[in-house]
Ligand binder design. Structure first.
Ligand SMILES: C[S@@+](CC[C@H](N)C(=O)[O-])C[C@H]1O[C@@H](n2cnc3c(N)ncnc32)[C@H](O)[C@@H]1O
Length: 179
């Protein structure tokens, strides 16, 4: 009985932390699906060239997309930021057990992170959060940096490539280049 209460309290606490961070950021920790991840990697490959420099995953949730990026670009450090405690903890534990070494997960608000050395920024964030992020990207990203977004476009920016994923939502993927 005591065990039941403890488990119920733990589940409720976990739900509460996810709910609180979703209310705070406006973004729930829904991961990019495999089909959309594949489309994102294909768009990057289409853009040609290599990614030379750090990759930032802004709002990494459970870390799936960050791990795919780290595997695809082993020579680049992948810096993944997440503000919600449980998804970050799951990503960090999995990373501790399994690597890879070029990836790190930080429990941090990405709005406080210096992006001035980014070669690539990746995000899957709702429209309002994207619009708030836009001036920061415009101020900090170096010329030539790439920005890759799942589903949500930056209003006023012209993508260099777009592609539709084969998932049931026909999700759009947008790739931008700074400068
Ligand atoms: C839709 S999920 C995307 C997950 C992952 N990028 C993917 O594509 O699989 C968005 C995540 O962004 C996180 N987030 C939103 N605003 C944030 C902020 N200011 N700093 C860090 N993480 C944030 C949310 O907590 C949520 O987990």
């Amino acid at each position: 009985m005591t065990m039941d209460i403890a488990i119920t309290a733990m589940v409720l606490a976990i739900i509460a932390t996810i709910f609180a961070s979703t209310m705070f950021t406006g973004a729930s920790p829904v991961p990019t699906s495999k089909s959309v991840r594949d489309t994102m990697m294909a768009v990057l490959a289409d853009a040609g060239g290599t990614i030379e420099g750090p990759i930032y995953e802004l709002g990494a949730a459970w870390g799936g997309l960050a791990r795919v990026l780290a595997g695809r670009y082993p020579a680049s450090p992948v810096r993944a930021f997440e503000i919600s405690l449980l998804p970050w903890a799951v990503s960090a534990v999995r990373h501790y057990l399994d690597g890879p070494q070029n990836l790190c997960f930080r429990l941090k608000d990405f709005n406080t992170v210096d992006l001035s050395d980014a070669a690539l920024v990746v995000c899957y964030l709702p429209g309002e959060t994207m619009q708030k992020l836009k001036p920061k990207l415009e101020a900090e990203l170096p010329k030539g940096a790439l920005v890759l977004s799942n589903t949500f476009a930056f209003r006023g920016w012209q993508p260099i490539k777009t592609r539709t994923a084969s998932d049931i939502y026909a999700s759009q993927v947008y790739l931008y280049r700074v400068g």
